[in-house]
Design a protein around this ligand. Structure first.
Ligand SMILES: NC(=O)c1ccc[n+]([C@@H]2O[C@H](COP(=O)([O-])OP(=O)(O)OC[C@H]3O[C@@H](n4cnc5c(N)ncnc54)[C@H](O)[C@@H]3O)[C@@H](O)[C@H]2O)c1
Length: 447
């Protein structure tokens, strides 16, 4: 394999490889290209690689297409691991680590990369950088596997990723911190230099601590969400407004206002699986993580509270037409992994309701949720409906002409699952309106 170009005494210009061109891998590669690095992305999904080579972006992520087009000359997409290794020095691993049936993280894709590396071989200049979210202990396991397979000369770092889908480019380029766990200082030095142009604080630590920073961060944010959701549920019982309560709490700098939005629970590809994986990791190590058990349970129940609210207004749901507005797990993404809409739709169908849905980007395939009628617009979804649920607070949906939507419904019940709408305004329009943990407008609370 070729050595990287070295220029006299100037620091080596690292070339970047990325294994896995999904939400994280693609954003990582494209952003590093925008920082001036040559990047080669390798995926095993032939259709994805063909699409990328064709200039198509396989995911919806705001701004990604534009940067990909700008940086096209620095970006190479390939199915070949050998080619990627040949063209790179620092190799990010960004394969998926979905949950197994036991709730542990499935590391089969990570380990298959190690298997492949053994076959293809790698040079001493290569550093593997784990961006995938992996349980504490994975880095040590991968290190031992590499050593046992004659790849002890290959470096290894843990470098968890904290980007949010929907804001991934900005998050990658302006991170609150870059966390680097390493077994050898020289590898951490090279990775820190790669990130240096971002000017972000760098936390250098051991591999297990870096791995734990990621899990602990996601678990804490998920805990904040489940906490405010429980406060919202109590607010409904005692006549307080969770939006005011969250605002008041957030003004306290020790608490902060982020992740204090009550709603119908968290979903997505990270929080549910990472919280569960941390809980299992603790359990496997002999510690029962009680708090996370509750965080998970509260989140599961929160999605179902909407069904209770609908029943309160409609009686039974058999034969009732319910419109779901928004399907993605959050706005500005097409990611449907663990989306609350999937649980809601399945529950509604099981109750005998007819479910119509609209999302500006996502189209639920019939295989995924058999029985949901996909509509072309919010107007089409709610026309003739007995109730509507705002599931994902896409700006375009929130900005709908709610008076027109209300007028087109058979019975104007509106559940705001994201507290994105004004209860007073919605009630004035004529909806039987409910948010999550909000005081009904007719109670007449001053704003
Ligand atoms: N999505 C997020 O917001 C986010 C944020 C932070 C961290 N993470 C973590 O990053 C990792 C990747 O997540 P994602 O959302 O990008 O997943 P993804 O499913 O979108 O992408 C994974 C990609 O890896 C590819 N792949 C699998 N095995 C491969 C192999 N052997 N060689 C090459 N490619 C292979 C798949 O084909 C797929 O394209 C996960 O561990 C996740 O927990 C995700």
């Amino acid at each position: 394999m070729s050595e990287p170009a070295q220029n006299g005494t100037s620091p080596r210009r690292e070339r970047v490889g990325v294994i896995g061109a999904g939400y994280v891998g693609l954003v990582t590669g494209v952003c590093l290209a925008s920082m001036g690095y040559e990047v080669t992305l390798r995926d095993i999904d032939a259709a994805k690689v063909a699409a990328l080579n064709d200039g198509q972006v396989p995911i919806y992520e705001p701004g990604l297409t534009e940067v990909m087009v700008q940086q096209a000359e620095r970006l190479t997409y390939t199915l070949s691991l050998e080619r990627m290794l040949d063209r790179s020095d620092i190799v990010f691993i960004a394969v998926d680590t979905p949950p197994t049936y036991s709730g542990d993280a499935d590391l089969s894709r990570v380990m298959s990369v190690v298997d492949e590396l053994q076959k293809v071989g790698a040079d001493p200049r290569h550093i593997l950088v784990m961006k995938s979210t992996v349980p504490v202990g994975t880095g040590e396991r991968v290190r031992a596997e590499l050593d046992a397979r004659g790849l002890d000369h290959v470096g290894y770092c843990s470098n968890p990723e904290f980007l949010r889908e929907g804001a991934a480019i900005a998050d990658f380029l302006h991170p609150d911190r870059v966390v680097i766990g390493s077994f050898a200082d020289e590898h951490a030095d090279r990775l820190a230099s790669l990130y240096a142009p971002l000017g972000a604080p760098v936390l250098r630590t051991s591999v297990p601590s870096a791995e734990m920073v990621k899990y602990a961060s996601n678990a804490f944010l998920a805990t904040k969400i489940s906490f405010i959701n429980e406060i919202a549920n109590v607010c409904e019982e005692v006549g307080a407004d969770v939006e005011v309560v969250a605002h008041g709490m957030g003004l306290d700098s020790r608490i902060g206002s982020s992740f204090l939005r009550a709603g119908i629970g968290f979903g997505g590809s990270c929080f549910p699986k990472d919280v569960s994986a941390l809980k299992q990791l603790a359990g496997n190590s002999g510690y029962h993580f009680q708090l996370l058990t509750s965080v998970i349970e509260v989140n599961a129940l929160q999605k179902r509270r909407v069904i209770g609210k609908l029943k309160k207004h409609l009686g039974g749901l058999e034969g009732k037409r319910v419109a779901l507005l928004g399907l993605a797990f959050k706005p500005e993404t097409d990611d449907m992994r663990e989306a609350s809409s999937l649980v809601l739709a399945a529950r509604l169908l099981a109750e005998g309701a007819e479910v119509c849905a609209y999302d500006p980007i996502v189209d639920i395939s019939p295989e995924r949720l058999h029985g949901v009628i996909m509509c072309e617009s919010a107007e089409a979804a709610v026309a003739g409906a007995d109730a509507a649920v705002l599931v994902t607070e896409w700006e375009s949906i929130v900005a709908s002409d709610w008076a027109a939507l209300c007028a087109s419904m058979r019975s104007p019940v509106l559940i705001d699952g994201r507290n994105a709408l004004d209860p007073v305004e919605m009630t004035r329009i004529g909806f039987a309106f409910e948010g999550i943990g909000r005081i009904p407008a007719h109670v007449g609370v001053p704003h």
